[in-house]
Design a protein around this ligand. Sequence first.
Ligand SMILES: Nc1ncnc2c1ncn2[C@@H]1O[C@H](COP(=O)(O)OP(=O)(O)OP(=O)(O)O)[C@@H](O)[C@H]1O
Length: 305
Amino acid sequence: MNERPGESAETSCASAHGAHSHSHGHQHTHDGTCCGGHGHAKRPPGADILISARALAVTRSGRAILSGVDLDIAAGEIVTIIGPNGAGKTTLVRALLGLERLDEGEVQRRRGLTIGYVPQRFDIDRTLPMTVARFLALGEGARASRIGAVLEEVGASRVANQQLGELSGGELQRVLLARALLNDPDLLVLDEPVRGVDYVGEAELYTLIGRLRDARGLGVLLISHDLHIVMANSDRVICLNRHVCCSGVPETVAQHPEYVRLFGRDEARAFAVYQHRHDHRHDLAGEPAPVGTDDGKDSPSGGAA
Ligand SMILES: Nc1ncnc2c1ncn2[C@@H]1O[C@H](COP(=O)(O)OP(=O)(O)OP(=O)(O)O)[C@@H](O)[C@H]1O
């Protein structure tokens, strides 16, 4: 379990933002890190692995949605999966949770593992009269005293008696997080937890996730479709575009040209970015293709992350 084949990375890296390539002048080590002075990702021997995937493949309607995906998440670490829309992030998480049929590969969970899952979409009927406390009481393990405690833990005590349909995006996310914590999970899985949350709310939410990890020793798996502030809050990042393109420790580089192009200079200043080296690119359909065989749009010196 100490080997992480998909993350061993000689390494095939691809941008989370699609068809471009670059070189960042450092090598990837065998433990899946990007080296060159920006940190380490190697876990101590005997790390408490919560969940492992090996060679996962999911095919739907004759199309490979995931192939050859390997992944481990240990207790106490925050792992973020990034990738463009349609990269298979949600499918991978659902596969890890046992909600998606595998065409190949296997998922191993630590014995007795409890997972708290906050799905990407949680459509509530805003006209449905239901308070937050009542909503949380519908869950397993939801004694009234626990409901108060988890709401406190996520900083949402004051909305306990508010109608679910009246909550802001950020408040709803905290309530969903509280619901996921009710069962005392070992692993917290959050699919795009900041969707619909503004920048300040987003930063607060990630700070909160970090605090929960510290206090509870949780493993956390996050999904993001961009290289946002989440990067600065992750121990390890996995770039997914139907396969694991690259993984390692996030590097804090606020002014990467491609990042600035994508998110604007002001935002880029505040955010961290992860750089890596490609030996392939992705075509417009997201399929991997060797660098240098296209129409020249994807030059290896592109400087994108
Ligand atoms: N049951 C299915 N049948 C056919 N195609 C599917 C099925 N489920 C997912 N897909 C396709 O698989 C691809 C990956 O979907 P997925 O939702 O996992 O991507 P994602 O990385 O989470 O995307 P986003 O960032 O947009 O949420 C998409 O192109 C989607 O249309």
